[in-house]
Write a protein that binds this ligand. Structure first.
Ligand code: UDP
Length: 261
């Protein structure tokens, strides 16, 4: 697989062409932005963690039949993905009210919702990703009724799966953002899950202490973002820090022993 020219650069990722017209490379940057780009910084190692966490979640979702763009992770920062035409909508899924909805509607922070709530935002940075209704989507042809219905079904399955996955490792899935894309598979038009699912795009609270293990650590200046993302990865079984540490120590010890001899 040959890496070609840069096709697109977003806030947290870069897309490169490859020698296969149907595949592109998604590169995870360390850049962090919030509040519609007003707050920016670089957090060393964030891209590496998001690449691994997103790979883990998307490959688990494919195992339960949720089609998505991930082909395979290439290295620490890159994955090969299928080229899709992104539907210009951010699908926000909420299980607990926090963040923008609490301010917009005066809902108490932490209110548990009876049912998952799906909100739609137009993907448009200049307009600040405004909240829109399903009727807006249809009126302006941003997606068809059939596409929205398919996406909604997928969203509810993704939410159920992710709630369970995170609950199993002591984390509450508060809310998250999803993006979907159009693709032709065997001459059929399909809508598949795209973009990333990571602590950058989800709100994740420790089940017992409610400690924030997501991008709110950056948005709210709570610090320790990397330890929080690392904790998510460790709990999901992606990083085996202990064994890595001991492997390093074993290597060091054996070289010391060799020198002594
Ligand atoms: N979100 C995201 N990208 C966006 C907007 C929201 O990934 O451009 C995620 C955010 O991390 C959170 C959920 O979607 O998990 C709901 O975000 P909210 O609308 O509360 O936005 P915020 O409070 O960040 O303005």
């Amino acid at each position: 697989m040959k890496k070609g020219k840069k096709l697109y650069e977003g806030k947290a990722k870069i897309i490169y062409a490859t020698n296969d017209k149907n595949l592109v490379i998604q590169y995870f940057k360390d850049d962090a932005t919030a509040f519609n780009n007003q707050k920016k910084t670089t957090i060393e190692g964030k891209g590496v963690l998001n690449n691994r966490i997103s790979e883990h979640i998307l490959s688990n979702l494919s195992q339960i039949g949720i089609k998505n763009h991930l082909v395979k992770r290439l290295n620490m920062r890159e994955q090969i993905i299928k080229l899709v035409e992104i539907i210009p909508i951010e699908f926000i899924v909420r299980n607990v009210a926090t963040g923008s909805i609490t301010k917009r509607l005066g809902i108490e922070d932490g209110t548990v919702l009876k049912e998952p709530l799906i909100e739609y935002c137009l993907k448009n940075d200049k307009l600040g990703d405004p909240l829109i209704s399903e009727d807006h989507i249809l009126a302006f042809d941003w997606a068809s009724k059939n596409e929205i219905d398919k996406v909604k079904k997928m969203i509810l399955r993704i939410n159920d799966f992710m709630i369970g996955m995170f609950r199993g490792v002591g984390i509450k899935l508060i809310d998250f953002k999803l993006e979907f894309g159009r693709i032709k598979i065997d001459e059929k038009n399909e809508v598949i899950l795209a973009d990333e699912i990571s602590p950058d795009t989800c709100r994740l609270w420790d089940s017992i202490t409610e400690k924030k293990l997501d991008k709110d650590r950056f948005r709210k200046d709570l610090g320790d973002l990397i330890p929080a993302y690392t904790e998510v990865a460790r709990r999901l079984g992606i990083l085996h820090e202990q064994s890595n540490v001991s492997a390093v120590n074993v290597t060091k010890l054996s070289s010391i022993k060799r020198k002594k001899k």
